[in-house]
Design a protein around this ligand. Structure first.
Ligand code: 7TS
Length: 409
């Protein structure tokens, strides 16, 4: 295999946690889809903010208040560029992908859905792009339809087109599946959905950290993603929304910072993006999320994507040599994770076994019950990669799986 020039050893030193040994063995962290590790630049940004600039935002006239506000708004501009949004006022800080998707369901969904309207989701959605829609559908009397997946783990695009009706209001789709690794053709989905008069809500949790994502080219109406999966801290995330939609949407949460004027008679709301940012935000985390986006941009999202594609191709090749393994998802064009199972080993037993070799993977349903029902397995084992992972770590994973197969047979 002809590999790219990117060398993960050049960046591993940026991540203090990667030099940990657990029970005397070097850590092999293969759970970045759950949460990524954080480089020193992000950790330093958090500490420096608290050590030098800590103050609340958008209120104090004093020097620290101005510095904190500038850092917070600076992060919004960095992230706006990072996802090609064009207009920072369309970029709303939330606490994670889940909150971003709940914002859309509660604000746009509750104010637009009528009884008999339809929401189209896919069978591979994470619960955070299902449950908020189920809640609002129940309240508004709307119906949910699910786009089936093919045996290769791709969306059945013909079935998708067939599910759209003149009652379809919303299409919700994961840009990249956290279990199958499938990268869905979001631009094509948006074109078809828009032709049918529906809006598109994309879940970018597993795509934004790993590949160049441009919301303008994809032409989505909303996209949510989390800081903690893109080398940033927990507690921060972003919802991008199309301006015309955000402007006419009612607020999601009410409180300080999101108002223009409050009187006994009622309240008028602040302009975008503040209408959707009630209360004191996760200021330091947002600032450090900006540092994470800059760190990834400096490495190059195209470089990251190319390298991670090589990693996942190698992982697929090696894992497929294991006796009795079933691998889920497409063989090509996928995000950097592999979910697999063995008929005779429970995924929890396997992950416990791997843990003894200091290898961290995730086992379970990965918040995708509907997908696991369709796949016909209660749980899978998932190894998920980031650019700081190495080919040698995949060899260690496969070697440890082989030991587990011997042990459990
Ligand atoms: N959407 C997808 C596709 C995800 O993978 C996740 C988290 C979420 C949404 C929710 O993100 P949060 O930051 O709001 O929690 N996925 C996983 C996972 O696969 N393992 O742990 C969390």
């Amino acid at each position: 295999m002809n590999r790219t020039a990117f060398d993960p050893h050049d960046v591993r030193g940026d991540f203090p946690i990667l030099s940990r040994r657990i029970h005397g063995t070097p850590l092999v962290y293969l759970d970045s889809a759950a949460t990524s590790q954080k480089p020193k630049r992000v950790l330093d940004t958090l500490a420096t903010f608290y050590e030098t600039s800590n103050a609340n935002v958008h209120r104090a006239i004093h020097h620290l208040g101005e510095e904190a506000t500038a850092a917070y708004e600076g992060a919004r501009e960095i992230l706006c560029r990072f996802i090609g949004a064009g207009d920072p006022t369309c970029c709303i800080f939330v606490k994670n992908t889940t909150e971003g998707l709940n914002l859309v369901a509660n604000s746009w969904g509750r104010s637009h859905l009528q009884p008999g309207d339809e929401i189209v989701l896919t069978e591979m959605e994470h619960h955070s792009n299902i449950v908020p829609w189920q809640l609002v559908a129940q309240e508004r009397g709307a119906k949910i339809r699910y786009v089936p997946i093919t045996s290769d783990g791709l969306l059945d695009m013909e079935a998708f087109a067939g599910l759209l009706t003149n009652r379809t209001r919303i299409v919700g789709v994961a840009h990249a599946s956290n279990v199958l690794g499938t990268i869905n053709p979001v631009a094509e989905i948006a074109r078809i959905a828009h032709d049918a008069g529906a809006i598109v809500v994309a879940d970018g949790a597993q795509s934004v950290p790993h590949m160049p994502v441009d919301v303008t080219t994809l032409d989505v109406d909303f996209m949510a993603f989390s800081s903690h999966k893109m080398c940033g801290p927990t507690g921060a995330g972003m919802l991008y929304g199309r301006k015309e939609l955000l402007e006419e949407m009612p607020p999601f949460l009410g409180g300080g910072d999101m108002i223009e004027r409050v009187s006994k008679e009622g309240t008028t709301f602040a302009k975008l993006p503040y209408k959707f940012e009630a209360g004191t935000p996760d200021i330091a985390e947002v600032v450090a999320m900006g540092a994470a986006a800059e760190y990834l941009s400096d490495l190059g999202l195209d470089v990251i994507h190319t390298y991670e594609t090589e990693l996942v191709d190698y992982a697929l090749e090696q894992i497929s040599t294991l006796e009795g393994v079933r691998i889920f998802g497409p063989r090509e064009g996928r995000a950097s994770l592999v979910s697999f199972s063995f008929e005779k080993i429970h995924p929890h037993d396997l992950s416990e076994f791997l843990n003894q070799d200091s290898i961290a993977v995730r086992a379970g349903h990965h918040c995708t019950h509907i997908l696991h029902d369709v796949l016909g397995v209660p749980a899978t084992t998932r190894a998920s990669f980031a650019f700081y992972n190495t080919f040698e770590e995949i060899d260690l994973l496969v070697r440890s799986c082989r030991k587990a197969i011997d042990f459990f047979s």
